[in-house]
Design a protein around this ligand. Structure first.
Ligand code: ATP
Ligand code: MG
Length: 256
């Protein structure tokens, strides 16, 4: 089982879109996948066709040790992956975990119970470096960072890289940046090309060869509760996320 956190504290860079469609892409490649919604916005939950307000159990109860992870996991019809859903109640986790022992290890310990059930676990992180993101980083083998190719794209990256290094030193010695994926890529703009050049200069081969173009179908699919492969399998968005899934599988194999 390989666990990847999809993280970037910058908002709206394509974390959830990447988490959902990478999970679906891996599942289409015959991998067993668990998608974890670690964001109180619950966007990955909605995109997987679940009603956020009607969840019997969610990631919150798992983090609070109130239910076992197996009892909170659901099956996503369209994406063919399992999902551990979230909703707004997850905002209380920060405060509720405050006085708990080993509060940053909760997700890691929960995942140990399903080790062996999945090939890949994909964690959709919230847009901040808080206790929820920390739980994801402690539980993960690697971090996949989506970067939107725009001005300021690189600004927050050093804070994220520092956080990953700190977690590596104190809580998870195998943690590394698994890959960087460029999202909402528009090869016609010089800004996109500049940012993409800077990323490759700085991070080299860590940057995935596959970039995700700006594609309206990717933005539409979640409101139908469908993975891009069911919504429009011939769209550029679908083709690129399938390419990313293949690259993630290849890289995960070489890292083993
Ligand atoms: N490749 C793309 N092409 C077009 N629209 C996209 C693409 N990727 C994401 N979007 C849209 O951009 C918005 C932000 O994307 P998304 O929700 O995936 O980002 P996020 O990083 O998860 O945001 P947050 O930080 O709020 O969690 C959404 O409306 C989404 O549909
Ligand atoms: Mg999101």
């Amino acid at each position: 089982m390989q666990t990847f956190a999809i993280a970037n504290q910058k908002g709206g860079v394509g974390k959830t879109t990447t988490a959902v469609n990478l999970a679906a892409g891996l599942a289409r490649s015959y991998k067993k996948v668990l998608l974890i919604d670690m964001d109180p916005q619950g966007n990955a939950t909605t995109a997987s066709a679940f009603d956020k307000n009607e969840l019997p159990n969610s990631i919150l109860e798992v983090l609070m040790n109130e239910v076992s992870i197996e009892d909170a996991i659901q099956k996503c019809e369209s994406g063919k992956y399992d999902i551990l859903p979230a909703n707004g109640e997850l905002t209380s986790a920060e405060v509720e975990l405050l006085n708990e022992l080993m509060r940053e290890q909760r997700l890691k310990h929960a995942l140990m119970r399903v080790d062996g059930d999945y090939d890949f676990v994909i964690i959709d992180c919230p847009p901040s470096l808080n206790m929820l993101t920390l739980n994801a980083l402690v539980a993960a083998d690697g971090v996949i960072i989506p970067v939107q190719c725009e001005f300021f794209a690189l600004e927050g990256l050093s804070a994220l890289v520092q956080t990953i290094k700190k977690v590596e030193q104190v809580a998870n010695k195998y943690l590394h940046i698994e890959g960087i994926v460029m999202t909402m890529y528009d090869s016609r703009t010089t800004l996109t090309i500049d940012v993409s050049k800077q990323l490759t200069q700085h991070f080299g081969d860590i940057v995935y060869k596959t970039s995700i173009p700006r594609n309206i179908r990717l933005a539409e699919a979640p409101s139908h509760g469908l993975a891009i492969f069911d919504y429009d399998k011939d769209s550029k968005g679908a083709i690129s996320y399938m390419g990313l899934a293949a690259e993630v599988i290849r890289r995960a194999k070489t890292n083993k």
